[in-house]
Design a protein around this ligand. Structure first.
Ligand SMILES: [Zn+2]
Length: 173
């Protein structure tokens, strides 16, 4: 943890950075609105810049894979590592993981822990529910309108609820 913090020393909290020009993808994969015509490198650079992160070559390459096409996505360290390798980017899995943690700390990504072993990282940073397909491990956005909480448990003395993560697990019938 302290390692990640040191690596991200120059990061500043960016709030909801990234949602201005990233298009959301609906359940069937259609874009809800068109992203402006910006090339992947420019998009990656300004994404990093808004979080106050120095655009090192590896950060840029990974940022391009994450948001370069202007679409939101959910990745694991392993899936991004595979995408980087396919793109000819020589980067170690540990570096990919550390960079994802760094982007998360800078407010560019949200980390979603689905099971103990694996974290997903989401380029869409505002609160929203997810569907998780148990058979193939895919994490996708679920419609927010369908979720309602009548009650939440009272937090312990001296604590407040920071966030409620909703992951709805699916299996095929
Ligand atoms: Zn999501």
């Amino acid at each position: 943890m302290t390692t990640t913090r040191r690596k991200c020393a120059e990061a500043v909290r960016a709030g909801a950075a990234g949602d201005l020009w990233l298009s959301s993808i609906s359940m069937d994969g259609d874009r809800q609105y068109a992203a402006p015509r910006v090339d992947a490198g420019t998009r990656a650079e300004s994404w990093l810049a808004r979080a106050g992160l120095r655009p090192t070559r590896q950060r840029r390459a990974l940022a391009e894979l994450l948001i370069g096409d202007g679409r939101h996505r959910h990745v694991t360290a392993e899936s991004l590592f595979a995408a980087a390798r396919d793109a000819g980017e020589g980067v170690a899995l540990a570096t990919v993981y550390n960079t994802l943690k760094c982007f998360t700390e800078a407010g560019l990504l949200t980390e979603i822990a689905v099971d103990g072993a694996r974290s997903y990282f989401d380029t869409r940073t505002e609160d929203h529910p997810h569907f998780y397909w148990e058979d193939d491990g895919a994490l996708v956005d679920a419609p927010r309108e369908g979720v309602a909480f009548a009650r939440l448990p009272t937090p312990p003395e001296g604590a407040e609820i920071a966030r409620v993560d909703v992951v709805i697990r699916l299996r095929r019938r």
